[in-house]
Design a protein around this ligand. Structure first.
Ligand SMILES: [Zn+2]
Length: 506
């Protein structure tokens, strides 16, 4: 999971903010949006066979168009063998490649895609150099790259952030999936409920939407909010991104002043905010909390729902596809099976049956053409449910699992301070420029910094500078950061790296 929680697609504007009206617009195509809305509406009423038909023809379409990207043409040629010809040069070979079974294509990871970025895109005008120049400018967050693409970066352990481009058709599909399906406006038999639900949204009540997450970069969450603010400048005052890098007291004060009706954030951040609300240091009354970007346990869901006395809804998206699954009224997470193919696999990339936790999951995004996401290793462990959901939707349900980074509790000048793992990861990546690391809280007053032996010599001092500055702003001036000569330790069972961990013995 690498996306921020999803943006307020239901939220339409109420207060003019003409200051942003002159900025370049975000990527948007009204005709694509109309088509996508009609399609998502009808897909939501299709049976299992209807969904399979949609998947099948969209997959052919995706494979054929992916041949315009040399990296994917080579993958398809490898899958089909010499007899299919060269799908990167011949339209007939591309048509033959489009008929290949999806399972015959070798999976691909984030690092491989980034290493051959230009070849992984179907538009030859897109180059890594151009995209990097674009994302270096934070004032362009949410703006259309080359006038037509959204750009989202995601954190990673590969030495640089991964970069994902989405075209206007893909954005139209994500918008429609989140408005109609996640928003619940396409459920059959809703009748008068529809109006009631609409009134309770930011659009209907002039409500306010706050995304609490990492800001200041082209991350999917903040970039999506900024895109909507560019498209609907008058909506600026009813949507806000709230940085988790600020001290908790300041974060709570900002939320209290904004009084959001919907808060979207990470489960770890929501747990922290729930504790503040219970302690009387936060006083918001949202009617819904949307949680995503990390696995959500039943315990955290209950804790957060109780503390805020509101509905909690889980989302599942990533920078590679904003809308992978949606939560129904029974609390189950349904895969958007008409626009996404998810393949849960074991360590050797063999499929695992329903009811079994996967090692990772392969994502195929059927909506995006500019940077095809084709059997892409997402890194999440998921379990697809064997039994159908009582809500009646034929779209399969799943649970997203796996380990996540720890919230650290450190002793500050004015008492204990809880630090969100995402805040520490953002400081390390954005301020220090270091991606492969491990921070371990040995005790409440000591952080151990582990870097791989291959790190750049300047990395360690950069980490110390960035961490020191961050800890000082959090009231943690007395916490020491010590160098640990050991390399980051991967989990024995999964082989995954927990970059922020607490407790001795790690
Ligand atoms: Zn359901």
């Amino acid at each position: 999971m690498h996306a921020d929680p999803i943006p307020p697609h239901q939220g339409l504007p109420s207060v003019p903010d003409w200051g942003t009206a002159l900025r370049p617009a975000g990527p948007f195509d009204p005709w694509q949006s109309f088509n996508a809305a009609c399609d998502v509406w009808s897909g939501g009423h299709a049976d299992a066979a209807g969904l399979a038909r949609r998947r099948a023809w969209r997959l052919r379409d995706l494979l054929e168009s992916a041949c315009a990207a040399p990296l994917h043409a080579a993958r398809l040629r490898a899958a089909g063998g010499a007899s299919i010809g060269d799908p990167g040069r011949s339209p007939r070979a591309a048509q033959r490649a489009a008929a290949l079974p999806l399972e015959s294509i070798e999976p691909i990871g984030r690092a491989q895609t980034l290493a051959r970025f230009d070849e992984a895109c179907t538009d030859r005008a897109v180059t890594l150099e151009r995209v990097r120049a674009f994302i270096a400018d934070p004032s362009r967050i949410g703006e259309a790259f080359l006038g037509r693409y959204a750009v989202w970066t995601s954190s990673g352990t590969t030495g640089s952030p991964a970069i994902w481009l989405h075209d206007t058709r893909a954005l139209a599909v994500y918008d429609a999936l989140e408005t109609l399906r996640f928003g619940g406006f396409d459920r059959p038999g809703r009748g008068a409920d529809w109006l009631g639900d609409w009134v309770r949204t930011p659009a209907g009540s002039g409500g306010r939407y706050a995304m609490v997450g990492a800001t200041g970069g082209h991350f999917a969450g903040v970039a999506s909010v900024e895109r909507l603010r560019r498209l609907w400048p008058w909506a600026g005052a009813s949507m806000r991104t709230v940085s988790i890098l600020q001290p908790l007291r300041a974060l709570c004060a900002e939320l209290d002043a904004f009084a959001p009706s919907v808060v979207a954030t990470y489960p770890t951040a929501a747990g922290l905010l729930a504790a503040e609300q219970r302690a009387g240091r936060l006083h918001i009354r949202p009617h819904e909390l949307w949680l995503g970007g990390e696995p959500l346990s039943d315990a955290v869901r209950r804790e957060v729902a109780d503390a805020f006395d509101c509905r909690v809804r889980e989302t599942y998206g990533a920078s590679e596809c904003m809308a992978i699954a949606w939560e129904c009224t029974h609390g189950a997470l349904h895969v958007n099976a008409d626009w996404v193919v998810l393949e849960p696999v074991d360590r050797d990339m063999r499929p695992v049956p329903p009811g079994t936790a996967s090692h990772t999951v392969l994502l195929t995004n059927l909506a995006n053409r500019v940077q095809p996401i084709l059997r892409h290793d997402l890194g999440d462990s998921v379990t697809v449910d064997a039994a159908p959901c009582p809500c009646g939707s034929p779209m399969p349900t799943l649970r997203v699992e796996g380990r996540r980074d720890d919230v650290l509790v450190l002793e500050g000048i004015d008492g204990p301070v809880r630090l969100l793992p995402l805040a520490l990861v953002t400081v390390m990546e954005d301020e220090a420029g270091v991606f492969d690391f491990q921070l371990v809280a040995r005790d409440a007053g000591t952080l151990l910094l582990r870097l791989p032996p291959s790190s750049d010599p300047g990395a360690r001092p950069a980490c110390h500078r960035a961490l020191r500055a961050f800890l000082d702003t959090q009231g943690l001036a007395t916490v020491r950061v010590l160098d640990d000569p050991r390399a980051p330790a991967h989990e024995a069972a999964s082989g995954k790296l927990r970059r922020v961990a607490s407790g001795p013995g790690r």
